[in-house]
Design a protein around this ligand. Structure first.
Ligand SMILES: NC(=O)c1ccc[n+]([C@@H]2O[C@H](COP(=O)([O-])OP(=O)(O)OC[C@H]3O[C@@H](n4cnc5c(N)ncnc54)[C@H](OP(=O)(O)O)[C@@H]3O)[C@@H](O)[C@H]2O)c1
Length: 334
């Protein structure tokens, strides 16, 4: 682990673009706007340097303001940070993709982003103005599709990358076949793939695929986001109460979340973790002075049930670029 003064700084990994990326990122989804600036300052103070953002998280300008303010006070240079954001579903056309990158540069008041990923492989209609236009629902409540091929979005990102406005480009929530399509047809190889990964959904084929091709897999939903009703059902299993992980935590003198994060890193991948609680923000980054012995890794590996939480169906399931089979909901008649 690195230190700057008395602040811990996460280990880094080299991307295939040549730049270093801290292996643990601070996640910003579901941080309310009203506290976003303060919480990101808390995270930076705790030592996070990789901040994961998105237009759809609805707090990016506030996160950007918090980062700028903290850097000014603490005299931290832009180069010491790793700022990442995502191309939203209503920005998949070449022109809109370019527009969205300029919007993020403005939110962070920066000349370049360290990483930009395509948030989802499927695009939605781009014809509604304003913030409502980001969620373009038809009268049936389903999202209105656009059929823009994600290769068009990728090509736009490649071109922006060449201008220097983005240092690394990647993907999020793509299926293995979709990642492979970009890998084989794109001119620039993806640096990063962000996907759900935790012991209940351990993503073995995707991890193998990425490792063999030098794509860094970044896990989101490492705790399975247990307190969120978004995508989760009440009866879904909760990793934070899993006895195997809790008992390993007790043996290591670590929290369950620290064990989950360590499991991702000791598996050779990177992780994003979000918290709004200052104590948890600090604790979650304090994972660089221990590692999980092979016996603990094996016990956690054995928990896999291919159980996916993040599955935004809502009329997307018949989208030509929807990445996965959806979780069928059983009716009483079945
Ligand atoms: N690319 C994508 O499509 C995508 C999708 C999902 C997420 N992400 C990124 O990944 C980040 C993390 O994903 P996520 O927020 O869904 O899942 P997560 O980090 O697994 O879960 C966050 C939840 O865990 C709780 N938590 C965090 N630390 C804890 C601790 N030490 N003890 C107990 N509970 C703890 C948080 O509660 P408190 O806040 O109350 O502490 C929060 O409710 C997001 O914020 C976002 O930046 C990206």
């Amino acid at each position: 682990m690195n230190h700057k003064g008395d602040m811990p700084i996460a280990d880094t990994v080299r991307l295939n673009s040549g730049f270093e990326m801290p292996v643990v990122a601070f996640g910003t989804w579901q941080i309310p706007r009203s506290i976003a600036a303060e919480r990101v300052r808390e995270a930076l103070e705790a030592g996070y340097r990789h901040i994961d953002c998105a237009l759809s998280f609805k707090n990016q300008p506030e996160i950007g303001a918090g980062i700028q303010e903290w850097c000014k006070i603490r005299k931290v240079r832009r180069e010491e940070l790793f700022l990442s954001s995502k191309i939203w579903n209503t920005f998949h056309s070449r022109a809109k993709c370019m527009e969205q990158v300029d919007m993020m540069l403005e939110d962070f008041n920066t000349r370049y982003m360290d990483l930009v990923v395509i948030h989802w492989p499927f695009g939605w209609a781009e014809d509604e103005p304003g913030e409502r236009g980001m969620w373009p629902r038809g009268n049936d409540g389903k999202f209105r599709k656009s059929e823009i091929d994600f290769l068009e979005t990728w090509t736009a990102l490649e071109d922006i990358h060449r201008t220097g406005k983005i240092r690394a480009i990647g993907l999020a929530n793509f299926s293995l076949e979709q990642v492979d399509r970009i890998y084989t047809k794109g001119l620039i190889k993806p640096c990063v793939l962000q996907v759900e990964m935790n012991p209940y959904f351990s993503q073995i084929p995707m991890r193998k695929y990425c490792k063999e091709r030098g794509i860094i897999l970044v896990a989101h939903m490492v705790t399975g986001n247990p307190s969120s009703a978004f995508y989760r059902k009440h009866e879904d299993p909760n990793l934070l109460h899993n006895e195997t992980i809790c008992s390993i935590g007790r043996l290591c003198g670590k929290t369950t979340t620290q064990i989950l994060l360590r499991w991702v890193i000791d598996s050779g991948h990177c992780a994003i973790i979000k918290s709004v609680e200052p104590k948890r923000i600090r604790q979650n980054l304090n994972i660089f002075k221990f590692y999980l012995i092979p016996e603990y890794m094996e016990r956690i590996d054995a928990l896999n049930m291919n159980f996916r939480i993040l599955n935004p169906i809502l009329g997307n399931e018949d989208h030509p670029y929807y990445p996965w089979p959806y979780r069928p909901v059983k009716t009483e008649a079945e």
